[in-house]
Design a protein around this ligand. Structure first.
Ligand SMILES: [Zn+2]
Length: 310
């Protein structure tokens, strides 16, 4: 089928990245492998939305959260079934002013999903799907700031809890037009109404689309990846320019204060002094040997004798 299906299932709008034809290795992360033991390369599977956000940042929930589900390129033997990327949107409480071109990318992305033309769910609460010409998902993901994000190991909450998800939540909250958010909420309402009426008929159906999320604990191994700003209130953080792996590894393995400038210059002075003393001792030894030898064999060691005049 030509175009990209935008599917309304019971809970959300979902789009397969396969159908966009650009899902190969759309997400890579050295931090993923080094910190969590998950794969470092992922193929995009699908993206969908939650209202309100499932995650909160410092206690604040936002209007809309977009989740991209990525599947590991090299399989799930390491216990990680997926990597997820959470991207928050808010009508009023976004955290950074956008430049015009950035806002345009966001608007075009939500326009392309055409939520206003989404069909009505059937009487069991199952939604409808439409096909749109294109979805500029790549433009959106290229624009957002991946270098400032929270990561953690999210575990499946039911036993045996062996399957993990490598979670990423971007730190920047992006603006969304009220009109786009309202379209999403309207569709959710439709689903909820159909769902509750089908529930009275005994059809299993759960309204709403945001789950109760557990607090992050040390077991989740949470980190804040930052490009170097404002980390003072985070005890577990990684400062990296762009997932530069060696520096990150040292930050993770041995988080300690960098050597102070005065300490490092003292160290250098000591090393130079020791090397000087050793050199002088060697020179003295050489002078003694040469002097002694030249005394005994002046002709044979003439060259060296000249050197000793220096
Ligand atoms: Zn989700």
């Amino acid at each position: 089928m030509e175009g990209v299906p935008v599917v309304w299932n019971e809970h959300t709008s979902q789009t397969s990245l396969n159908s966009l034809g650009q899902n190969q290795e759309t997400f890579s992360s050295t931090h993923s492998a080094k910190t969590y033991g998950a794969d470092s390369r992922f193929n995009g599977a699908q993206f969908h939305f939650h209202h309100q956000s499932e995650h909160s940042i410092e206690g604040v929930f936002y209007d809309l959260e977009m989740h991209t589900v990525n599947l590991p390129v090299h399989g799930t033997e390491n216990g990680f079934i997926a990597s997820a990327m959470g991207l928050m949107f808010s009508v009023n409480d976004y955290t950074r002013e956008m430049q015009a071109w950035e806002q345009e990318i966001i608007d075009r992305f939500f326009d392309s999903l055409a939520w206003e033309t989404t069909g009505t769910p059937d009487e069991e609460g199952h939604g409808d799907s439409i096909t749109v010409k294109e979805v500029p998902y790549g433009d959106l993901m290229m624009m957002v700031d991946m270098n400032n994000r929270y990561t953690y190991k999210g575990s499946v909450t039911t036993p045996p809890c062996a399957q993990n998800v490598y979670w990423n939540v971007l730190r920047t909250v992006y603006p969304i037009k009220s009109a786009h958010l309202e379209l999403f909420k309207k569709q959710l309402m439709k689903n909820a109404e159909i769902c509750s009426s089908s529930a009275t008929k005994g059809v299993a159906c759960t309204p709403g689309n945001n789950r109760v999320i557990q607090d992050i604990s040390p077991d989740h191994n949470p980190f804040l990846i930052s490009d170097g700003k404002d980390l003072s209130d985070h005890t577990r953080s990684i400062i990296i320019p762009a997932e530069e792996s060696t520096r990150m590894q040292s930050m993770v393995a041995a988080p300690r204060a960098p050597m102070a400038a005065s300490e490092s210059s003292e160290y250098l002075t000591t090393v130079i002094t020791v090397l000087l003393i050793i050199s002088i001792l060697f020179l003295l030894l050489a002078v003694i040997i040469v002097t002694k030898n030249s005394f005994n064999k002046p002709v044979q060691y003439q060259g060296v004798e000249q050197a000793t005049q220096y």
